[in-house]
Write a protein that binds this ligand. Structure first.
Ligand code: Z5A
Length: 212
């Protein structure tokens, strides 16, 4: 019989080096330790055919028009949309490292309009909460410096952070929570758990859709 309470959909966003991978891994261990059924996803999902095109672009092995790469990032999310819905309906908590907000923030930082950037992700499953790991580009760079990928530059990250700030204004304090990611890993993890813990017993409200 299907679980009457669906799983919660949790998205973790932030700049490069803000600690998303670290925090999602810590959260995974905590969820496992608590015996909670959970799935971890990451966008871009570089394993699919579309994901491989995105990977090649991010590594600067190929060039693409700004709009074309934006649509590929969105298509990469649509590839998984049905399975996200199925997992949530089955009562599984889904934690996602980056989602459509990264799509809008990074493409709009290149000069594309917010409305144009939002359109392809319209009607994707909407997260119940987005946890934004906030860090300055300077703090981020001090964490071992940026690598070789396309957007790993302070100027880009500064623009992206400002756009994430604009996007956050559309949400209330329950659906978008900003955490100071410059703090110690354990302190950040404990704040993440305070948000996620209460959602893991499942939700009875229907899943919403972006950007409704
Ligand atoms: N992108 C896009 O344009 N459109 C889209 O639709 C989507 C994405 C979905 C690839 O993303 C690029 O794709 C990304 C946005 C764009 N470009 N940028 N920038 P990605 O997710 O594959 O790559 P990433 O975000 O750059 O991941 P990352 O470098 O792995 O960063 P992270 O996951 O946020 O950080 P981390 O790996 O957990 O930590 C980084 C280092 O800091 C590491 O050495 C940690 O040990 C250390 N760390 C972590 N936490 C702390 C604390 N609290 N204190 C001190 N040090 C810490």
């Amino acid at each position: 019989m299907e679980n009457p309470r669906r799983g919660a959909f949790i998205v973790v966003e932030g700049l490069d080096r803000s600690g998303k991978t670290t925090q999602v891994a810590t959260l995974k261990s905590r969820l496992e330790a608590e015996g909670i059924s959970a799935t971890i996803l990451k966008f871009p999902d570089r394993t699919t055919a579309i994901g491989q095109m995105i990977d090649s672009y991010l590594r600067s092995h190929s060039d693409l028009d700004d709009r074309a790469i934006h649509l590929l990032f969105s298509a990469n999310r649509w590839e998984l949309a049905t399975s996200i819905e199925r997992m949530l309906a089955a009562g599984t908590t889904v934690v996602c490292d980056r989602y459509a907000f990264s799509g809008v923030a990074f493409s709009s930082a290149k000069g594309l309009s917010l409305d144009w950037c939002r359109a392809p992700d319209e009607s994707l499953p909407a997260p119940d909460v987005t946890i934004f790991l906030d860090i300055t580009p300077e703090q981020a760079q001090s964490r071992g410096g940026y690598g070789e990928e396309r957007y790993e530059k302070q100027e880009v990250q500064r623009k992206v952070r400002a756009i994430f700030g604009e996007i956050s204004c559309e949400f209330n304090e329950e659906t978008w929570v900003t955490i100071d990611a410059g703090k110690e890993r354990e302190e950040v993890a404990s704040q993440v758990w305070k948000i996620v813990g209460p959602l893991t017993s499942g939700l009875s409200r229907p899943l919403k859709r972006l950007w409704h």
